[in-house]
Design a protein around this ligand. Structure first.
Ligand SMILES: CC(C)(COP(=O)(O)OP(=O)(O)OC[C@H]1O[C@@H](n2cnc3c(N)ncnc32)[C@H](O)[C@@H]1OP(=O)(O)O)[C@@H](O)C(=O)NCCC(=O)NCCS
Length: 266
């Protein structure tokens, strides 16, 4: 008797389609940790052993650390066309070698991968992820504070004399928002260049605080560098700024709702 065609066992396979980001566009994703508590386990399963160790060290906010790393992998998967857990995310600090530096991909993550830079920030319940196809991307978000939280020492520490002068033109109630526009702009720039606060905030001079401004950063030993700033609309309770080394004329900000995260995890 002749045997019929035998069905071969099918290997489960995650197919991730790569979505390239055109030049001039930046895609920003926001998420709120309270909305995603049900997804923490599934996101944790995507992390590398090094990331698990990293999360274990963060006793204060393990949930945010897990969401930050897991969601970053889920989103990166769309851009590099690899399964989330297969992506190599490097975090080696250039100063001490420990894994707490700027997260980045290896030079050639995948033969077909487009060059992509990204940056992550979180504050309170909010997580923000920015992706663009230019070399330098930095993002920072901070909670909007009450006027009495803005001390003279903080202003002196963070702002250049010109920026301080602009701040003092405003009423006390308007000052926290402008201060945080400066602060998030400066931190976004320092995250884009990868030094973080190893460089003083005053190394970044902001020429404008309106949408579309620029910032000049003085890197020790190199010529001053100009970065582009964009204001991010991340809700009334937070102030956010994006810094890139290319002008962004197409800024997209989308919220990662629970249903979208569930969809990406499937
Ligand atoms: C980068 C830095 C400014 C972030 O400060 P923050 O306001 O507390 O945190 P944010 O939420 O805005 O950003 C945190 C994210 O920045 C990213 N990040 C960390 N170091 C970074 C760096 N050097 N450059 C760019 N991004 C960095 C990470 O993605 C981190 O989130 P994750 O750990 O969940 O992935 C701060 O950690 C810093 O200055 N680091 C460098 C200084 C340092 O650690 N020196 C010691 C050298 S041994």
């Amino acid at each position: 008797m002749q045997e019929g065609p035998r069905s071969l066992p099918v290997e489960p396979r995650v197919v991730v389609v790569r979505t390239a980001i055109p030049e001039g566009r930046c895609e920003v994703w926001t998420a709120t940790s309270s909305e995603l508590t049900g997804q923490v386990r599934a996101l944790e399963a995507l992390l590398s052993p090094e990331e698990h160790d990293d999360v274990d060290r963060q006793r204060n906010d393990r949930v945010t650390a897990t969401l930050s790393r897991g969601l970053l992998r889920l989103l990166l998967a769309r851009y590099v066309g690899q399964p989330p857990s297969a992506i190599a995310v490097i975090r080696t600090c250039p100063v001490c070698g420990r894994p707490h530096g700027r997260p980045r991909l290896p030079a050639a993550p995948h033969p077909s991968a487009a060059p992509i830079a990204f940056s992550v920030s979180h504050a309170e319940n909010l997580l923000v992820f920015a992706f663009a196809s230019c070399p330098l991307v930095g993002v920072d978000v901070e909670p909007l504070t009450a006027p009495d939280a803005l001390s003279a020492e903080l202003v002196e520490y963070a702002l250049t004399p010109t920026e301080r002068h602009h701040l003092m033109q405003l009423s006390t109630s308007e000052q926290p928002e402008l201060f945080l526009r400066y602060w998030t702009g400066k931190e976004a720039v320092l995250k884009a260049v990868g030094t973080g606060l190893d460089l003083p905030l005053q190394a970044v001079a902001m020429s404008a605080t309106q949408d579309g401004g620029t910032a000049a950063v003085d890197l020790v030993g190199s010529p001053p560098q100009q970065l582009y700033l964009r204001r991010l609309e991340v809700g009334a309770a937070h102030v956010g700024t994006l810094a890139t080394d290319r002008a962004i004329d197409d800024l997209r900000v989308d919220h990662l709702a629970q249903a979208s995260v569930r969809g990406l995890l499937q």
